[in-house]
Design a protein around this ligand. Structure first.
Ligand code: GDP
Length: 531
């Protein structure tokens, strides 16, 4: 093997690119901080906290954007751990939950799911899991807040299996919970990791117990020793053993228990994560599948972040490297518009001490400045015309009608909406039956940002009006006759999206399902490929 190939293979193998899926308040921010702490990016950890504090203080997106310097860098948090280089892609939650949150998951190779042991599986986790399922993304689970009285561990596993339809393989097992939480027992290594409340340490006290009958167990755990013995005996009979292949196919999730705030169980999670989570994966393009070890550079854009300062209209496109080696100043082809561009000033997301690194490898994310020519889903590569797939639009669940206050600005409105749609900031639907402009989003902040940007960047004066929709599905049907019958019959609920695709808008799930049953030969989908 040539030295060059060896270097690239090593760089690929050591990369891990992942996101965290969870419901707000389950502990994503806390876990992120602890992970960064292990990676030595401690200052960054402060930034995560600061950013979130800013969010809580206000729901005003302008204030959030004032933290933009942080928010751009914390969109991708890069840290080293052991010999691995890890890219943690932020999946915005709370008020800034948006389509971006979903789309970020199309750019990761694995995910960590955080479950609050008190609440079990919650709605946002379910939705994010659906996105992971589209590409069978492998998922590791961290059951958090064991220092509180929560559901029994067996019930939590049952809840995950029922609601998320994924098999659970516990790799550690908690001993008690709440005030009686004593630690976890590593089922593989036969090791007790003891918990001391309120103590934030990088290493836990561990006791190796080869045999659960060892009286040392009683010494350490007292009356809870027998409970652990019973639990482990039960698990040996009932729990499914960890199966690496099944995990990599997204069918099984290894489960860890701990308490992020106490930094308990986090190192165990991270150690296992780097070992079993997959490195950069092959990626499907329209013509073929591209593997990370191919020498030619390629990548796709999964997120565009606007600079809200009207004086600087540039935006940053986040590109995930899929193959080859990216070097600063590289000339690459922007395939959709058929132009070659030089990426002179890429933002390469690195831990602070590596700010001047000038190259990126598969799994890494680079930020490209752009002035409105880049769209979500765009592919950049060295020579071969490629178009990566798998970066879709997701069916919005929130809708607003835009009412223009000054009709003279209709053109600007049109232009602004087109641009914002291309950036993935919002979706637009134009009903077949009237001239309304309906915007669709996954999170409410998307509406606020859109309106503020329409005003600031396009001089549009408009307001929102509520509309009675909560479901959108893209319509597919090859039978033209049937489709035109459907269009006639359901005209009041049909609209075209920005690309002219037919979309069904319904008041609620029930109404949608009722209608869909009556039209069994019409296809409806929750996602649509960008472009
Ligand atoms: P996020 O919304 O998922 O990012 O959640 P945060 O990390 O902000 O955590 C939400 C709340 O749960 C905060 O008040 C945290 O201090 C708290 N929290 C996080 N981890 C733990 C834990 O292990 N135990 C307890 N008791 N609270 C926790």
């Amino acid at each position: 093997m040539k030295t060059e190939n060896k270097i690239s293979q090593r760089q690929i193998n050591r990369r891990r690119t992942f996101g965290i899926i969870s419901h707000p308040d389950a502990g994503k921010t806390t876990l992120t901080e602890k992970l960064l702490l292990f990676g030595g990016a401690i200052q960054m950890a402060g930034a995560v906290k600061a950013r979130k504090a800013g969010r809580h203080a206000t729901s005003d997106w302008m204030a959030i954007e004032q933290e933009r310097g942080i928010s751009v860098t914390s969109s991708v948090m890069k840290f080293d751990y052991r010999d691995y280089e890890i890219n943690l892609l932020d999946t915005p939650g709370h008020q800034d939950f948006s389509e971006d949150t979903y789309r970020v998951l199309t750019a990761v190779d694995s995910a960590v799911m955080v479950i609050d042991s008190v609440k079990g599986v919650e709605t946002q986790t379910r939705k994010l899991m659906e996105v992971c399922r589209m590409r069978n993304t492998p998922i590791l689970t961290f059951v958090n807040k064991l220092d509180r009285e929560g559901l029994s561990p067996i019930d939590i596993l049952g809840d995950i299996e029922d609601k998320l339809q994924i098999e659970c393989a516990p790799l550690s097992w908690p001993i008690g919970m709440g005030k009686r939480f004593k630690g976890t027992y590593n089922l593989h290594r036969g090791e007790l990791v003891l918990f001391t409340p309120g103590q934030e340490r990088l290493t836990g006290d561990t006791v190796t117990i080869q045999n659960l009958d060892d009286p040392l167990l009683d010494q350490v755990l007292g009356s809870q020793a027998d409970q652990l013995r019973e639990d482990v005996a039960l698990l040996e009979g009932a729990a499914t053993p960890f199966d690496l292949d099944y995990f990599l196919k997204g069918g099984q999730t290894p489960v860890f228990f701990g308490s992020a705030i106490n930094n308990f169980g986090v190192r165990e999670l991270l150690d296992t994560f780097v070992e079993i989570a997959p490195g950069p994966q092959p990626r499907a393009a329209v013509t073929r599948t591209v593997t990370p070890d191919e020498p030619a550079f390629s990548g796709f854009v999964f997120k565009i972040q606007a600079n809200m300062d009207p004086a600087h209209r540039d935006r940053i496109a986040f590109l995930r490297v899929c193959s080859g080696r990216f070097v600063r100043g590289m000339r690459v082809r922007h395939h959709r518009i058929g132009k070659e561009i030089q990426i002179a000033n890429p933002i390469i997301f690195m831990a602070q001490d590596r700010a001047f690194v000038e190259e990126a490898w598969p799994g890494d994310i680079i930020g490209i400045h752009n002035h409105g020519t880049i769209r979500i889903g765009d592919t950049f590569s060295e020579k071969e015309p490629l178009a990566f797939t798998g970066v879709p639009n997701f069916a919005p669940e929130l809708f607003r009608r835009v009412i223009l206050r000054s009709p003279l600005k209709a053109k600007q409105l049109q232009k602004g909406i087109d641009q914002l749609v291309e950036e993935g900031a919002i979706q637009v639907f134009r009903p077949l039956a009237n001239n309304a402009i309906i915007l669709g989003a996954v999170g409410v902040l998307q509406f606020e940002v859109t309106m503020a940007r329409l005003k600031a960047e396009y001089g549009v004066d408009a307001v929102y009006e509520p509309v009675d929709y909560s479901v959108a599905r893209w319509v597919h049907c090859d039978d033209r006759k049937l489709l035109s019958l459907f269009e006639k019959d359901r005209q009041a609920n049909l609209a075209r999206d920005a690309e002219g695709n037919l979309t069904y808008l319904a008041q609620n799930e029930w109404q949608f399902n009722y209608m869909a049953e009556k039209w069994p030969d019409i296809g409806f989908s929750k996602t649509r490929e960008c472009q």
